[in-house]
Ligand binder design. Structure first.
Ligand code: UT7
Length: 320
């Protein structure tokens, strides 16, 4: 019998503190008008000083587990996508496991920057299809506020903190139809955090740097290509898509992607105005938002699309 995975529950968490574009006007030479017209962003959430990625992940996970009516003890595997882990090691997934109060499952992080959730969900789906596990917790959790240069107006206005989670369960019918992952490491220089820890000291500059324009063009191209690839693999027409959930970086990238797919914006879930770019958390945050407000319903076809540093990109088609 063929085994598939289905999304049994979704959850998300946003830190209480909201930082508006107007607030940013007092920190750097920018304006609400510039930020909103170039990106579609109005505000972002910022984690409290004592909140780390695993704290955000925990709250999102509890909500997803509750929605799926699953006890933490039933989890067979935890995968956390994050670029802003609590520490060098243990992985944020292991820290999350301990905070969930469970011990008997493997746990690891996936690092694919803004495509992290798509990579993590694709990995979880493969473990499910192999028949190894029945219940998998997949989380995207980020505290980008910690890796931003708050004096660099070209980057600090773009990102926010948050977490989203899904519980995957074994199913006789798909669920996840297919996943399509890509990477091209030769573009590392246009989006990176060029720092690390070496000899017990910080080496390089551990703050985000980006050539916005180059990233923009790359994102629009590959999001169009990988969406076509996912549809062709399933012999589906563009019109079969009920909802598109692209990575939430910039409303203009999202609009261009929707245009390429011939989808009206009414079929696209957007949260970038309220959440800004939460990297690996943006897709599960948007998914949970639209599941909870009743737009995404059982039986509908959803395309998830990510793109980010690496460069990495990918798409997943899911029957809800
Ligand atoms: O998750 C994946 C990673 N990130 C992305 O996908 C982001 C992709 N890129 C983008 O979203 C856009 O390229 C940006 C929003 C980053 C920039 O928009 P743009 O339309 O490409 O603007 P630009 O970089 O060409 O900058 C235009 C001008 C520049 O001034 P000059 O050189 O023309 O005088 C910038 O210095 O806007 C200036 N600028 C700002 N002005 C006010 C840049 N940032 C700001 C700012 N406020 N925050």
């Amino acid at each position: 019998m063929t085994v598939y995975s289905r999304i049994a529950g979704t959850g998300s968490y946003l830190p209480a503190k909201v930082l508006t574009n107007r607030d940013l006007e007092t920190r750097v030479k920018t304006s609400d008008e510039w930020i909103y017209s170039r990106t579609g962003i109005r505000q972002r959430h910022i984690a409290a000083e004592n909140q780390s990625a695993s704290d955000l992940a925990l709250l999102a996970s509890h909500r997803a587990l509750e929605a799926a009516s699953v006890n933490p003890e039933s989890i067979n595997l935890i995968i956390v996508a994050t670029t802003t882990p609590d520490m060098v090691f243990p992985s944020t997934a292991c820290i999350l496991q301990a905070k969930l109060g469970i011990k008997n499952c493997p746990a690891f992080d996936v690092q694919a920057v803004c495509s992290g959730f798509v990579y993590a969900l694709a990995t979880a789906d493969q473990f499910m299809r192999s028949g190894q596990y029945q219940t998998i917790l997949v989380v995207g959790a980020e505290v980008y506020s910690r890796i931003l240069d708050w004096e660099d107006r070209t980057t600090c206005v773009l990102f926010g903190d948050g977490a989203g989670a899904v519980v995957l369960q074994r199913s006789d019918v798909p669920g996840i139809l297919s996943s399509h992952l890509h990477a091209d490491g030769s573009h590392a220089d246009i989006l990176s955090v060029p720092g690390g820890v070496s000899g017990g000291k910080i080496s390089g500059r551990p703050l985000l740097q980006m050539e916005g324009n180059a990233v923009f063009k790359f994102a629009v191209r590959v999001l169009g290509e990988v969406a076509e690839e996912a549809l062709a693999a399933n012999q589906l027409e563009k019109s079969a898509i009920d909802w598109l959930i692209p990575h939430q970086a910039n409303i203009r990238i999202i609009q261009a992607t929707a245009r390429k797919l011939g989808l009206p914006m009414e079929k696209v879930i957007t949260t970038v105005d309220r959440h800004a770019n939460t990297s690996a958390a943006s897709i599960p945050l948007a998914l949970d938002t639209a599941v909870r407000d009743g737009r995404i319903r059982a039986g509908q076809l959803v395309m998830l699309e990510g793109v980010g540093g690496g460069f990495t990109w990918g798409a997943i088609l899911v029957r809800m």
